[in-house]
Design a protein around this ligand. Sequence first.
Ligand SMILES: Cc1cc2nc3c(=O)[nH]c(=O)nc-3n(C[C@H](O)[C@H](O)[C@H](O)COP(=O)(O)OP(=O)(O)OC[C@H]3O[C@@H](n4cnc5c(N)ncnc54)[C@H](O)[C@@H]3O)c2cc1C
Length: 554
Amino acid sequence: MSNTEEQPHLATAELELRRQQIYPTLNDVEMGFVSRFGEKISFGDGEQVFHAGHPTGGVFFVLKGSIAIFRHDGFDNNVRIVTLRPRQFSGDVGQLSARPALGDARAIGEVEAIRLSAPQLRALIVAHADLGERIVRAMIVRSVALFTKNSGGPVIIGPRTHSGVHALQSFLTANTHPHVVLDPAEDERAAAIVAQCQPSREEWPLVICPGIGIKKNPTLPELGRCIGMLRPLEDKVWDVVVVGAGPGGLAAAVYAGSEGLSVVMLESRAHGGQAGASSRIENYLGFPTGVSGLALTRRAYVQAEKFGVEIAIPASAGKLDCSKYPLEIEMCGTQERLMAHCVVLSCGARYRRPAFPNLRQFEGKGVYFGASSVEAKLCKDEEVVLVGGGNSAGQAAVFLSGHAKTVHMLIRKQSLSSTMSSYLIERIESISNIALHTESEIISLEGDENGLQRVRIRKGCEAEECDYDVRRVFLFIGADPNTAWLRDTDIELDKHGFILTGTKQARLTLQTSIPGVFAIGDVRAGSTKRVAAAVGEGADVVAQIHRFLAEKGY
Ligand SMILES: Cc1cc2nc3c(=O)[nH]c(=O)nc-3n(C[C@H](O)[C@H](O)[C@H](O)COP(=O)(O)OP(=O)(O)OC[C@H]3O[C@@H](n4cnc5c(N)ncnc54)[C@H](O)[C@@H]3O)c2cc1C
């Protein structure tokens, strides 16, 4: 392992300014608080404090000596990020829930420290709000820095255009987990790993998981387990199981966790749900300049962890057994079952998939249902087609116009006025590289194993058909509720598949037709499909859960 001190000029100016926030030095009073929650531990000079990819054992508040923290790049070339001095502490936000380390740490000199496990750390943060704020802020900024510098996470090895690479990369990006993508055609270290592993066609991409080793074409749950986002869940009766970590589910988890209920939240893909795909939310209260959906929901995710919510990603609820009480939820693809007094269904909606026979062939290889930084990089200086006329399509068009050469926006209607907010229409009109094509639709996709090459479009009232050589198409054509998995239950749905609530007991407006099962947010019939509405219902449902549990005598 080669270790070199990180050069100061490598830090961005912004991060340098925030150094004090990132590595605060606590005062004697604060160290006194810390010592009441943890226990003393010592390390000899040069001893490893923790290893990347392995549990850290807790957060270390240095009393004597120093702890050097090293960036981990997956190839044993480590760079020192920082040396923690007395009254400074280790850890990023992952330590709120005992996730594996993203870096390595070694003692310099004889070290004495106070170690706080994740529950002890959370107890300290809740008991001492001012100190808690400094600690959590430092951890958030460290996590952002690790993500921005792609430090400490898995290394994905494969051709940049490979759909498997895209799937893993978008999963990690959506969960703001640091990672690196290396194309063996461009990177010698990646080429050496490929030569060593000799992957067959089905075994691409390769992933180096710190602390674990090389995985061939891992599934998302496998990757989730490698990076510690998916762990075995405690076998007990949970007060609340929340299904879906969009804004509604996150709000329910935060309120329930902060009010002392035991909560586990299952999420199929990434925290943030649909809102996580929004490049800029401008109508959420308190953010006059707008906020990206990822930033907003990442904060909520950390907040939920702070209150001890157990979050499992990627973990899909596959079956809900309402014939028993406690209720039982079976997770997809595993035999794992969770028991719960209450279940909150906040599983939202997902983009409609048009009925092109070869759509699946191009998903992630030219056809996308979201526009994040991953897709933005792919379409740099290209002509792209974006289908849809709602607010989400408008936001995506504005975002992509900053990267693509031209964004061709296709809508079936004659104008955007009935489907999009006026502020977005005005913005789209003012951007010269967004071309709006009214009364237009895609009628077929063409390409080969390398991806999409061409689309056939029907345009205007004359229904003229023409081919466009574009390699990226973004589809934002409305959403269907994620309720197919509830088909075998007695939960009443409306004719479009949205969940009906308030039908049994008028007082419990968010309860479904099954006692103890609640539904909130976009998946609920009649809900307002907005972030604020989902968050409001997330708060409201916890009050209703308390009422339900009190009536049950819990
Ligand atoms: C691109 C875009 C931009 C938007 N912009 C705005 C805006 O500017 N302002 C605004 O107010 N609203 C906006 N919206 C709408 C807003 O995002 C939604 O109203 C809001 O996200 C709904 O929250 P939710 O928690 O109910 O559901 P969702 O956000 O849909 O989250 C549901 C979650 O449940 C998960 N899930 C589904 N099934 C399962 C299962 N079986 N097991 C486990 N997990 C499951 C999904 O993966 C998802 O993460 C936008 C939507 C999009 C797509």
